[in-house]
Design a protein. Structure first.
Length: 460
């Protein structure tokens, strides 16, 4: 390990003890963060909630030695918390990433605890953002407090304010402010371990291509008894189009888009996946490959929502229009923009009766594959295995973090590593999100150890 001249680096046991002793403070930090309703959508929650969250994050990192911490506006109107903590002369620079905005709580009635109140239950801490990604903010702070002045690297911080909305605020900020975020190693702390207690680095991410399709067939709704049959049904047309996105077995099958890729890393046990995803007893998985192939290496289409007459209040009439929001996850090796074009072309080709179509492309982001041969990865593996006392594993992730591709383009020499506290039982984005506090504790130790080990690894 490396530390400031004349000082002895803390041992792993020292750091583990310091972190364990401050877990009450960690819980207090997380409770405050979860209490902010920081959904970055003014249609759902007041913007002041995000502003208060950002200010809390800025103040907390200022307390652990970051200078010039500020709230920088980004092009989508959100604010990124940025700052720097200088290290010794010539020390490598590490950028710490997290985001302070959260998904909306969705159905409050489905929560077993108040969504914006951190609640301990069965050994886990529940609340919206407890894992994604406020748990990672708490993890950063816990690691830095444990190190105190014993940090032999220059640290930079960026806490994003609109990651969950996909409005690309930080994606556009990065190329405009490269000197604010430039680093030798970037810890993107918005993923997590394969399971509680299993040290893991995420090495691939699928990209994303979303589109809303609108279908129109009639000037207005008409009586289904008088006109049903020859009258073109907009909802029926939409259903046919959406059904064409999968083959007879249910696999994603978009014209011109390969769906036979295979995953060459750690497997994903089928029974574990069923448990992680909450698949109901007796319900089968989509066939066509291993779980890892389907969730990490291949495209996957999901219908996120449909606008059509609701069951309650619907009338006996032929629907004149209907819309759907469609998400396509794009594996490494496939260009997200090309995939979006293939998706819209497929829908056009499979639209019946010459229906009128309109498309609204939404967010798109390229897939990402990490390079694992550099000194930061070697130091991270050593730190994770030391913190957990077992070998590290690697996984892919079916979700998307378009920022990783932006960071790689702007900082091609930087090593980008994905890690964090968000293991499958966290149920991120769903009701009853939670975090296992032992993951915050172990990941804080791993991060602290990495920051001590990295300078020697970087020096070769």
């Amino acid at each position: 390990m490396t530390t400031a001249p004349g000082k002895q680096a803390p041992t792993t046991q020292d750091l583990a003890r310091r972190i364990h002793e401050q877990m009450a403070r960690t819980k207090q930090d997380l409770a405050t963060l979860v209490g902010f309703k920081s959904v970055a959508d003014p249609r759902q929650f007041p913007p002041e909630e995000c502003e208060k969250t950002a200010q809390f994050v800025a103040d907390a990192f200022r307390e652990v030695g970051f200078a010039d911490v500020r709230l920088d506006p980004t092009p989508d109107g959100s604010k990124a918390v940025v700052g720097e903590r200088p290290g010794p002369p010539g020390a490598p620079t590490v950028l710490l990433y997290c985001h302070y905005d959260v998904q909306p709580p969705l159905d409050d009635a489905a929560w077993h605890t108040p969504p914006f109140e951190l609640t301990e239950k069965d050994g886990r801490w529940y609340g919206r953002g407890a894992a994604d990604c406020k748990g990672n903010i708490a993890m950063h702070l816990t690691a830095l407090r444990a190190l105190g002045d014993d940090i032999p690297v220059t640290l930079r911080l960026v806490a994003e304010g609109s990651e969950e909305q996909g409005t690309a605020g930080l994606d556009n900020y990065v190329p405009q402010h490269p000197d604010v975020l430039r680093a030798d190693a970037i810890l993107v702390c918005d993923t997590g371990n394969a399971a509680v207690g299993t040290p893991t680095l995420t090495t691939t991410l699928r990209g994303i291509a979303n589109v809303v399709v609108h279908v129109e067939t009639l000037q207005s709704a008409v009586h289904s008894g008088m006109f049903g049959g020859p009258a073109p049904d907009a909802l029926g047309a939409l259903i046919a189009m959406l059904a064409s996105l999968r083959n007879a077995d249910g696999m994603t099958a978009i014209d011109g888009l390969a769906n036979d890729q295979v995953w060459d890393g750690e497997p994903y046990d089928e029974a574990q996946f069923r448990s992680d995803a909450g698949v109901l007893d007796g319900v089968g998985l989509v066939p066509g490959g291993t779980v890892a192939d389907l969730v990490w290496a291949r495209p996957a289409v999901t219908v996120l929502g449909i606008d059509c007459p609701p069951v309650v209040g619907s009338s006996a009439s032929v629907p004149p229009k209907a819309s759907a929001r469609i998400s396509l996850r794009v594996p490494p090796g496939v260009d997200a923009d090309e995939a979006l074009t293939k998706l819209t072309d497929h829908l056009k080709a499979h639209a019946p009766w010459g229906v009128r179509l309109a498309f609204e492309p939404e967010e798109s982001g390229q897939p990402f594959k990490a390079v694992m041969s550099g000194p930061a990865y070697h130091a991270l593996q050593e730190a994770l295995e030391e913190a957990y006392g077992k070998p590290m594993t690697t996984v892919g992730q079916g979700g998307s973090i378009p920022l990783c591709t932006i960071l790689h383009r702007v900082f091609p020499e930087a090593e980008i590593a994905l890690m964090g506290v968000e293991e499958p039982k966290c149920l991120i984005h769903a009701p009853n999100e939670s975090v296992d506090p032992s993951e915050i504790e172990h990941m804080a130790l791993a991060e602290a150890l990495f920051l001590l080990k990295y300078p020697a690894a970087a020096a070769g």
